[in-house]
Design a protein around this ligand. Structure first.
Ligand SMILES: [Zn+2]
Length: 373
């Protein structure tokens, strides 16, 4: 449960974009505080986005809205981070200051033809301390094949140039229903990918996309059942779109389990390019599918696609508080298991046996070549 304020934005996304690209900072007033944002455009989306729809008459490519995406910081706030997505009157994002981020999310509501947004801070989330944790469904024994690939730990990490990975985001009708409109649903997907990119930037990986695949209502199933369906169905569309990875944003609960996501674990084969993520709360668990939980889940399952594992997830304690890197499962809300400390990187958030960052760096070039025409 979240206590939040609702707002609408009078936003001209083109002017906003012009201001950013002319190095002008943008001032955003939140809770009476003027925050000066220093942003740069991240181009998560390619120029000419399409939605893939299949019906009796065949496969169709329909024009989709172009969302501007940004990263940046708040001027004068050390360690601050900003990720924003805009379109029309839509403004989604995270402004992380003072270790207590603001989240701006969409609601289904409209006032005077304007989309109503919810704004809240991380610390205002009300959570049930007795709730069980939710889980990632990837078992450590699934990692067997990965062990065939071992790495010499090198003093300097191999490649620091940015590797672009083409992702094919997919969603079902239940996911669209969460948001009320296709535009809002697609905007939220774009924003989640933009958030995850902020973390993958540590490994010089950038996810980018030009297509969504839209499904109708999918039958209720377990996470494994949905992943199996997805693995069977999506390769054709990945070939058509030259996509390296595919994620299904699932708008319903996986049945009979507290599992909220699965990602196939990297073994060098393009048959391990899939993930499914539950985008609604898992009742009676700590997973409420709120803004940063959805982003974390996406980053976690994509992490498996890159060869990151639970075994190498790292945790540490700074008096009275446990911290976990993103590959930790189960999901807890009572720590800064937030997107900030994502992959253990050998120096700061890990050690030589907890270094998921290295797997991502070592595998990214192979993944980027999964499908190229
Ligand atoms: Zn996992």
């Amino acid at each position: 449960m979240i206590d939040f304020d609702t707002v609408t934005f009078e936003l001209d996304p083109n002017k906003f974009n012009e201001a950013v690209n002319n190095k002008g900072n943008v001032v955003l007033t939140l809770e009476g505080e003027d925050l000066e944002l220093e942003l740069y455009e991240t181009y998560v989306m390619r120029k000419d986005p399409k939605v893939i729809v299949e019906d009796e008459s065949g496969i169709h490519f329909i024009d989709a809205p172009y969302f501007h995406t940004y990263h940046g910081k708040v001027v004068g706030k050390e360690g601050s981070r900003v990720a924003i997505t805009t379109y029309d009157d839509i403004f989604i994002g995270m402004i992380d200051i003072d270790d207590n981020p603001y989240y701006v999310e969409l609601t289904k509501g409209m006032v005077n033809d304007k989309t109503v947004h919810a704004i809240y801070r991380k610390n205002s989330r009300v959570k049930d301390p007795a709730a069980k944790p939710a889980h990632c469904g990837v078992e450590n024994e699934d990692m067997g094949v990965t062990n065939l690939f071992s790495f010499e730990k090198t003093a300097t990490l191999s490649s620091r140039s940015t590797t672009q990975i083409d992702i094919l985001p997919c969603y079902d009708r239940d996911f669209k229903d969460i948001y009320g409109s296709y535009t809002a649903a697609e905007g939220d997907i774009t924003n989640m990918i933009n958030e995850v990119n902020m973390e993958f930037a540590n490994q010089s990986v950038q996810l980018t996309f030009n297509y969504y695949k839209k499904y109708g209502y999918l039958d209720d199933n377990t996470s494994q059942g949905i992943l199996d369906f997805f693995k069977e169905d999506i390769p054709l569309y990945m070939d058509i779109t030259d996509s390296d990875l595919a994620t299904l944003f699932y708008g319903d609960e996986f049945i009979n389990e507290t599992v909220i996501g699965r990602g196939s674990v990297y073994n060098g084969s393009s048959e391990r390019a899939y993930s499914v993520v539950q985008m609604v709360e898992e009742p009676n668990t700590q997973y409420d599918a709120d803004y940063d939980e959805r982003c974390r889940l996406l980053g976690h399952e994509l992490g498996h696609n890159f060869g990151a594992s639970h075994d190498e997830a790292y945790n540490w304690t700074i008096p009275s508080m446990n911290y976990f890197t993103l590959m930790w499962t189960p999901f807890y809300f009572n720590s800064t298991h937030q997107l900030k400390q994502i992959y253990s990187d050998g120096d700061v958030y890990g050690d030589q046996n907890h270094n998921n960052s290295e797997y991502i760096i070592d595998h990214k070039a192979t993944i980027a070549a999964f499908r190229t025409s």
